[in-house]
Design a protein around this ligand. Sequence first.
Ligand code: AMP
Length: 438
Amino acid sequence: MQDFEASGLRAELRRAVSSEGYATPTPIQAQAIPAVLQGRDLMAAAQTGTGKTAAFTLPLLHNLSQQAPGKGKRAIRALVLTPTRELAAQVGKSVHTYGANLPLRSTEIFGGVKMNPQIHKLRQGVDILVATPGRLLDHMRQGHIDLSQVETLILDEADRMLDMGFIHDIRKVIKAVPDNRQTLMFSATFSKEIRKLAEDLVHNPERIEIAPEQTTAERVEQVVHPVDQPNKRALLSRLIGRGDWQQVLVFTRTKHGANKLSQQLEEDGITSAAIHGNKSQAQRTKALSGFKGGKVRALVATDIAARGLDIDQLPHVVNFDLPNVPEDYVHRIGRTGRAGQSGRAVSLVAPAENRMLKDIEKVLKTQLPREKVPGYEPAPGQKQSQDNRGGSKSGRNAGGKGNQRASGNRRNGNNGNRGGNGQGRNGNRSPQRRRATA
Ligand code: AMP
């Protein structure tokens, strides 16, 4: 399939595509759309940013709209499962956008918000339901949802759903949908677990492999700034300020870390918001729209919260902490340089993270360039001790914290009572921080 005109999609959908400004199908769309239109099952390896949402939404809408809705309450004929609320909201939005000219109804259900408005929507009847597994099961248990008429089941980011422990929920949902359905499975990678799940799910699927994880990495310009943990925040403020970065997505490992960093950036005069699993849906939506609209300059996120965020032309991604799982690095930097644009990903790497960096480079099959920023180089001697520690089998984590703390204190004087951060909120500012905030 070379272009949307020849795709076999009905005119209403082609119109919607062209009003989105898409001139040509992306590779996953070119392969998936004809297969889904033919009613085939799909196993597609494609990550966010490849245009995968439209790849399943467009032919799905086409197929469903071939049959006029019957009289009486509509039955759910398509179910899309997603790992996170954000992705559910985003897929739901795509369904609305592409289906704007069609008489189909859809809704999204996910946790963290009240059930009643969702029940109300479900009672009115929908053709397409986009849901996260946990909340979907809640509704099923309470008898608000009948999946017996489902014709198409879609698992979006299946690998992530398994990572998040949804396997049992998914299996329960599958039991509630008819066996003779069409099943489309999307996953960034096809691990052993995913292939096992697929065995019971898809029948004679069309297999599509679009972008191996590494290609995002190739598209994105990446750099590592070695820096001691306590100086990361000052360095980040400096990079944002000096580089005049107007929109930067910053990753931290923990929710607490995200909150704290966001507050600190605010103190440094950089408008910021945190987005993570403990935030209410309203807070997340507000943070995201502030970020998209340019009111929030730095969005600080944890990996799970960031999954599925669709932000056009995001120029900068920063790994404030390296992720524990190397593959998450690829997901993170996939937030920049999307749909063929170029982007820049910066990692602030403390000596204690060198081992993680090596693991990431193994996955990327490349060495990332290191650039020391004058005034922020790791303290001499520390690297040595960290490398030795990293090389020994024992106490990798336990030792790391101790060392980090010790070095932070060494470098920043008397901040030992600040939980290893080495940065005072007020006063006690390191010279680097003063420079950064000036
Ligand atoms: P996804 O992989 O579904 O998250 O899509 C990534 C981004 O690509 C989204 O911002 C889409 O709006 C955009 N996109 C999807 N299809 C196309 C296309 N054919 N041409 C250009 N951009 C597209």
